[in-house]
Design a protein around this ligand. Structure first.
Ligand SMILES: [Zn+2]
Length: 65
């Protein structure tokens, strides 16, 4: 019978189980207050360049229509 030569380390075990189904969350998205576009939270909206209602940068993505 095949027997493991070494005990599986905690790090190895945890690395293996870290990517199990359910442990990896989908990327969260929120709606922009200004234009209603969908973008990641805590990040300026790429469609209109607004963050918390203030314009902080030039839009990077194309307009959504
Ligand atoms: Zn926006």
């Amino acid at each position: 019978m095949a027997v493991p030569k070494r005990k599986t380390s905690k790090a190895r075990h945890r690395k293996r189980f870290a990517t199990w189904n359910g442990n990896v969350e989908a990327v969260k998205v929120v709606r922009c207050r200004s234009c209603g576009g969908v973008h990641r939270p805590h990040v300026a909206c790429p469609y209109c360049g607004n963050y918390k209602g203030e314009k902080v940068m030039e839009p990077r993505a194309k307009e959504i229509d």
